[in-house]
Design a protein around this ligand. Structure first.
Ligand SMILES: [Zn+2]
Length: 257
């Protein structure tokens, strides 16, 4: 008799106790009269890495839907589901999503007014959410948990650090070149699209996630076989140098300090 295969968690490889949607199901609206929940992806998950057991799913939803740059689907989702969740939480949810918050009232040409919340996004928590989504997609595509670190570049959050801006431009140019021949996936493209590249000989890879049409996040999958310090040192050394430091690649020059 064949043994039933034990399913293991997409994030930690422990024995799975449930399945987890990647990305969270709540990102996909049900109230807009079109089916935006076609072929959602689920992966086996342990209790610790199941987002429904924490409030990470709601945090991610409120961090994405309705922010400047997202498409109509994201905006409509904000005015229905997200606003309800914010009201239900008595404003606590918005406080978690945006630090140092200010509400500004915008007036449209027709005289209608709407309010926009400004503030600093909780990037640390966002990074954790996007890394887990990356690991989920990896498990879905390659049938195994990714062994290593997933680093995020949240492109829709601008950076004011000149060195980091240059470094980010370089990293994104490299990753988009890597991904240019790979298939873009996602059956509800107005909500979510993704592309995950092949593993390199060291087991590293990269991915691009696109939420609500325009909100782009790049993920670098750094295999545990790679020494992370080798990656960080170039940027760190550049910060200690007074003269401009550039990376030159494919006829382009990126200043990284
Ligand atoms: Zn786990």
């Amino acid at each position: 008799m064949a043994n039933k295969k034990v399913e293991t968690c997409y994030a930690c490889d422990e024995v799975a106790t449930s399945r987890e949607h990647v990305p969270p199901k709540c990102l996909f609206p049900t109230e807009l009269g079109v089916n935006l929940r076609i072929g959602l992806i689920t992966v086996p998950s342990c209790d610790v890495h199941n987002g429904r057991k924490s409030d990470d799913d709601e945090f991610l939803l409120a961090s994405l839907a309705g922010i400047i740059g997202c498409n109509n689907i994201g905006m409509l989702h904000k005015f229905t589901k997200v606003d309800r969740a914010i009201r239900r939480s008595g404003g606590r949810l918005l406080g978690k999503v945006l630090k140092d918050q200010k509400i500004k009232i915008h007036e449209l040409r027709d005289g209608n007014k709407f309010s926009v919340a400004w503030g600093k996004p909780d990037l640390k928590r966002l990074h954790d959410c996007f890394s887990l989504i990356g690991k989920g997609l990896y498990k879905h595509k390659y049938g195994k948990a990714f062994d290593g670190n997933v680093i995020c570049e949240v492109l829709y959050v601008p950076t004011t650090n000149r060195g980091w801006k240059g470094y980010r431009e370089f990293a994104v140019a490299e990753m988009s070149k890597e991904l240019s021949s790979c298939k873009v996936e996602g059956e509800n493209p107005e909500v979510f699209q993704w592309v995950l590249g092949p593993e390199d000989p060291f087991g590293s890879s990269c991915a691009r996630l696109t939420f609500y049409g325009n909100l782009v996040v790049y993920l670098a999958f750094i295999s545990s076989r790679v020494n992370m310090e080798d990656f960080e040192s170039l940027f760190d050394i550049a910060q200690k140098t007074e003269k401009p430091v550039y990376i030159q690649k494919d006829g382009k020059r990126y200043r990284i300090n």
